[in-house]
Design a protein around this ligand. Structure first.
Ligand code: MV4
Length: 440
């Protein structure tokens, strides 16, 4: 039984998890770095323990300090949140070895999916359509060059251990391939300690569509619809919406059934997201994120399922509280990420509110945003009957948002969703270039 849970994270996601625990009657333990003494998650938790100096590697990434804190506080479980150690199989394993419940998938599942070459092999095994490309990892550069010549260009080189665009390179001319493989591989080796790379056909300007999944330890797996995250800058998502303007009910059902087959096949439990590329009415498996994601509230808004509470229930050994046939996709939802463009002290904070208006944040008047961590300071989520109404609603809601003392991208976000290009919908990941031209 989980009676007490340590949140191994900070910021809005730590606040989100603490709120879910309070609803479930679970005692909460916060951890914080020396830069976060005044943080909201510290104030909200029943107990808070300092785990080290400001740099993440000394605090939020320090496995032994976090586990010591959990044991000291007599926590039963650890929720890793997003980022930091959330997809670290070694951390998950050590949490379990310390006798604690890991709120997430089995370490073996994290490992298998964290390696993109093996994730893709599994997707193929269970009949999920994959992004076309060369099978397996690159082993011999000369043979790879010949294979790419046959397959055709452009191609994209990706790191098997990768994330956030590191070790990723688009190649348009076959004579550039060998050098780029070497560069990508050494970048991957430096960033992840694993130089393994693989090659896919580059799908120009495809949409980024991801499917929310959750499974329990009894073997039930459900899908909760997609999120379209095509508006990104430097691999940072700016806007997420559901449903995707590109996905029909028929495609959603096929994608969902494929995804459920994969997750059931590998015995996955907990929350997870499958990323697809979507182009010309077809979806292509890309990778799996074996954690909850920042944009999960979009799915919560249209399905009415509390994903954080479900994660905790599942970790506790209880079955999912909902079945696939209970899941309805109700209207439209959008999330806008508000990022600080410089550190500062919040002089005045008045978040918007209203019917199906949600703000997930950790700001309060007087709070000093530290320069050390992620720049995201708030997420604004709205629900509306249709996409057109949702866009108007988000513009209106963002205009209500008052935040003085910390410069943010709020005005730029309003401009983005108010363009004719965004309003039209159905775009790919190149959309931001076109939007910037329209804004001028
Ligand atoms: C792709 C792709 C096109 N074709 N793979 C981006 C993040 C990572 N999850 C994989 N990504 C992509 N993979 C194939 N086969 C397009 C992207 C992509 C992207 C690539 C380069 C520069 C910016 C990008 C923005 C979004 C998606």
């Amino acid at each position: 039984m989980i009676r007490s849970l340590l949140v191994a994270n900070r910021g809005e996601i730590a606040v989100r998890i603490i709120r879910a625990c309070k609803e479930l009657g679970i005692r909460t333990v916060a951890v914080y770095s020396e830069a976060d003494r005044q943080a909201l998650h510290v104030k909200m938790a029943d107990q808070a323990i300092c785990i080290g100096p400001p740099p993440s590697k000394d605090s939020y990434l320090n496995i032994s300090n976090i586990i010591s804190a959990a044991l000291h506080a007599r926590a039963d479980a650890i929720h890793p949140g997003v980022g930091f150690l959330s997809e670290n199989a070694e951390f998950a394993r050590q949490v379990q070895l310390a006798g604690l419940v890991w709120v997430g998938p089995d370490p073996q599942a994290i490992e298998m999916l964290g390696d993109k070459v093996s994730a893709k092999a599994n997707a193929k095994k269970y009949g999920v359509p994959c992004t076309p490309g060369l099978e397996g990892a690159v082993t011999n550069i000369e043979k790879t060059v010949e294979a790419v010549r046959d397959m055709g260009l452009p191609v994209i080189i990706k790191a098997s251990a990768g994330g956030g665009g590191k070790g990723m390179r688009v190649v348009r001319k076959v004579e550039d391939l060998a050098d780029n493989i070497r560069i990508a591989s050494s970048e991957a080796e430096k960033s992840f300690g694993d130089g393994t790379v693989f090659i896919e056909k580059y799908l120009e300007n495809a949409a980024h569509v991801e499917l929310q999944m959750i499974g329990d330890k009894q073997g039930n797996v459900i899908y909760l619809g997609e999120r379209d995250c095509s508006v990104q800058r430097n691999h940072q998502k700016l806007v997420e919406e559901s449903p995707s303007p590109l996905v029909t009910p028929e495609i959603r059902r096929r994608m969902g059934e494929d995804a459920v087959r994969l997750f059931k096949g590998i015995g996955y439990f907990g929350a997870g997201t499958i990323e697809f590329l979507f182009k010309d009415g077809q979806y292509y498996f890309m990778e799996v994120n074996s954690r909850i994601q920042v944009e999960h509230p979009v799915t919560e808004m249209i399905t009415n399922v509390d994903l954080i509470k479900e994660m905790i229930r599942v970790a506790n050994g209880e079955p999912l509280s909902v079945k696939q046939e209970d899941i309805r996709f109700d209207g439209y939802a959008m999330e806008i990420r508000i990022n600080a463009t410089a550190p500062g002290t919040v002089k005045y904070y008045l978040p918007p509110s209203g019917f199906k208006v949600r703000v997930d944040s950790f700001l309060y008047t007087g709070y000093k945003v530290p320069p050390t961590y992620d720049s995201m300071v708030a997420k604004v989520i709205i629900g509306a009957p249709t996409r057109a109404e949702g866009i108007n609603k988000m513009l209106s809601v963002l205009s209500e948002f008052e935040l003085d003392g910390v410069p943010t991208n709020l005005e730029s976000q309003k401009k983005i969703i108010n363009t004719s290009i965004f309003r039209k919908g159905g775009f790919g990941t190149n959309v931001l270039d076109a939007i910037m031209k329209e804004i001028g």
